[in-house]
Design a binder for this molecule. Sequence first.
Ligand code: SAM
Ligand code: SF4
Length: 338
Amino acid sequence: MQSSINSLRSLEQEALQDQQGRKFPYLRLSVTDLCNFSCNYCLPDGCLDHHHSEALTIDEIHRLVEAFTYLGVEKIRLTGGEPTLRHDFADIVRTIRQVPGIKKLAMTTNGYKMDQRVTGWLDAGIDAINVSVDSLDPRAFELITGHNRLREILTGIQKAFDHGLPSIKVNAVAMKGINDDELDVFLEWIRDYPVSIRFIELMQTGNNQEFFQKHHFPGEKIQERLLERGWIRKVRSADAGPALEYCHSDYEGSVGLIMPYSKDFCNDCNRLRVTSLGQLQLCLFAESGIDLRDLLQRDDQQEALVARIRESLKLKEDRHFLDQGWTGGTQSLSQMGG
Ligand code: SAM
Ligand code: SF4
């Protein structure tokens, strides 16, 4: 694929930065809003409304990624919906991999058919995987996701290691009365296994208010339990994102805590999001996005695209207002990838 970056040579190259001085080396790119799971906190009735057939094409994705790398993005995470439902998922990966400046290409997946597909994802050029596993109990897993697929996902994780991936992150949304008693099961699992578990505090979205009220489980409680069990908070690196990292000398794996309701959560925001329809989202809980798609149609639009992205950054708020129950335009995180 031809590079569209030549049309940018005349522009001053300067990394993206917002009014608060935060830098954005990390882009989360949703490649579809379609999902085949029905997680009780995200799409309890399944994916009733989606725009899978209208999602960004590979050419559009290529131009978008070139513009963002020009603006200092080095890491891209492919997400969704379920990103692997794109038939051209491996082609998307190969295309992004060819863009100079991309140092890390990650994906977040529900692990569907991971046992059969993970080697293909890695061979195409994925170098980090987050896979969602909200319970290690097959029955609870099925109740949460609507799918009896825990075994294939755990096999998929092992296959990723066998294929040479040095570590893998597992996302688990902590939910009161559903999986809040599983901390020790998860910890036992990573005693001799190099998995980094990310416990994510359940976030309120437009469509899960009642569920949220019933099942929200504060991240501080997980933090307390970790400290009681001898886990130690790691020193934060300068470019760390919002997760708090913990380690323990008896364990091969590690733990990350994502606590979006904590006071300073947004201070370390280092990421931007683009939806599968090409809308730039300045925050997971923004009221609306900024359309970029009209500027993804031709290579000679790159200068205008870069200028619009830069200009949009001025609109980024200091923080989200989740603690006040304000969820913006986000009905479920499947709309744009968590
Ligand atoms: N379908 C893929 C998956 O589930 O991994 C990628 C998209 S999903 C929206 C990305 C992450 O967001 C998943 O780890 C999921 O558990 C998390 N998530 C979704 N809704 C959430 C919510 N309301 N609160 C916290 N995390 C949520
Ligand atoms: Fe689908 Fe991921 Fe939402 Fe679950 S969390 S319903 S897998 S988008």
